[in-house]
Design a protein around this ligand. Structure first.
Ligand SMILES: [Zn+2]
Length: 186
């Protein structure tokens, strides 16, 4: 445990795909690692896109992370951590919100990264509720591939099945601004 008074908080990093959420999570946790603050970093168990025990950003930055099944497992493994980071939080159940509040109330700095909306531009649980309880929200933007403006939405290309859990492969999704996204809906 760190010296002095522990100040718990919940930080949420959100936005569309390709907005740099994972990069930002890695940046914040890496600074803590350098300062020798005990931390735990988690990701959903099924997210095995690149590596079983690492979080890897689109630009290939990587840091060790523990794959977990649910929020209960996060609580159980965070006993000695002063910082808890969670990536791809949109894939956890609504119980994640309660777990984050519990950790923060206990003095832990909780940093959560996740998609705010799915490719249908519907809020992606449990992110809306996490945004509600957050002390600090960082909403990142990608760049719209059509008009090169700020993009806050993720458009799915090559749709073959209604599979919301389909993971963030670069060739399956593209970031769009609201105006360009709306054109695709017509
Ligand atoms: Zn656009």
């Amino acid at each position: 445990m760190s010296q002095g008074v522990k100040k718990g908080s919940i930080e949420v990093i959100t936005g569309p795909m390709f907005s740099g959420k994972t990069e930002e999570l890695i940046r914040r946790v890496s600074r803590a690692e350098i300062a020798k603050i005990p931390y735990m970093l988690f990701k959903p168990m099924f997210d095995t896109r690149y590596s079983e025990t690492e979080i890897v950003s689109h630009d290939n930055k990587r840091i060790g992370a523990k794959p977990v099944m649910d929020a209960k497992e996060i609580l159980g493994l965070s006993i000695d951590a002063d910082i808890v980071g969670i990536d791809e939080a949109q894939f956890f159940s609504p119980e994640l919100v309660e777990a984050c509040v519990k950790l923060a109330n206990g003095g832990v700095r909780v940093i959560v990264a996740g998609l705010d909306m799915d490719y249908l531009s519907k809020p992606f649980q449990p992110m809306p509720n996490l945004l509600g309880v957050a002390d600090k929200v960082t909403k990142l933007k990608a760049i719209c591939i059509e008009c090169k403006g700020d993009a806050s939405l993720t458009h799915r290309i090559n749709i073959t099945a209604e599979k919301r859990l389909m993971l963030g492969e670069k060739d399956s999704y593209e970031p769009l601004c609201r105006s360009c996204y709306t054109k695709y809906l017509k």
